[in-house]
Design a protein. Sequence first.
Length: 387
Amino acid sequence: MRRITPAQRRARLARRHLLHPEHRATRTEKVAEALVGLHATDASCVTLSSFARLRAPSLAEVDRALYEDRTLLRMHCMRRTLFVVPEPLASTFFHATPPAMASRERATLLKHLAAADPPRDARWLDEAAALALAELARRGEASAVELTDAVAELQTTITLSPGKRYAATLRIGGELLRVLAMEGRVRRGRPVGGWTSARFRYHVAPAMEPVDPAAAQAEVVRRWLRTYGPGTEADLKWWTGWGVREVRRALAQLPVLEVELTDAGRGWDLPGQGAEEEAPGPWAAFLPGLDPATMGWHHRDFYLDPAHRSLVYDSVGNGGPTVWSDGRIVGVWAQRRTGELVWRLLADVGAEATALIEKEAARLQSLLDADELVVSFPAPLTRELLA
């Protein structure tokens, strides 16, 4: 059985995640494909993850792929998380996602509607969805607010967390669009506002090409191993959000090799991957919260000192904005309200590495200008960093 060290894994990460300057991409589509999708919980994460990996990053380049050519699209898939994925792979990701995900969202909305005044049932929700889709088709594209204003049924209100101090009453238009998006019936288009906005315009989605769910899951795992491998079953379970049975079934359909990870035990790899294990040279990167590199594995010791985990990740494993050096997370960063970037290193990385980090900070600062980021999952150290 082949043994693979943390240093070899970090060398792969530098190349496969397009983080070493010599391996950066020329188009945003290449970034999304290489990373098996870009986390999109925060709208800014898509742009910042792309900036870190593009040779000539610009908002215009990212917008082209997302909104002009529409070669990339936002959709819920792994772990019920919003990702940006290559449009040709949409059906694969859709069918690889257990249908229970959308069913749970629909059931939650029905529960709220049952408590509305007067109560509404599943038949009423289906009729409201049909009216919403018809109006969206007529308009071509609309925001949740525009669609809700146009369709009276979507103005029905529900109360979230009733009886709690944080209870909220809202119209169902946005909630219904979220369910329809998870069901693959609508897609998100341009944001309402700037590139950091989390509100989008929607359009009716084309029919998804049928794909066998087991084959779709195997293809997703193959792509994950190509970019993130080697990895463990726990890594795949974490990244996909599937059960162990689904992970093992997908692995069984692939020509995988069992390997020993010196930092994590038994793992899996694709054949013929050893050519990328020589260190490519020094590099640094500033990655946003929830970046694919930060969120790619359950076992993170090969790229993060365990003593620093609680400074970078929250209690459920969401990573904040990070500073990287030669395949390791070595610091965290944040943005002040003035637009200024601030960062803190968690260890002494030496003068050469620090100089590269400063260069990357200046590169990102020039791209951000004065735009204020929206960070839903800041690093636990962020508050202290901004004090």
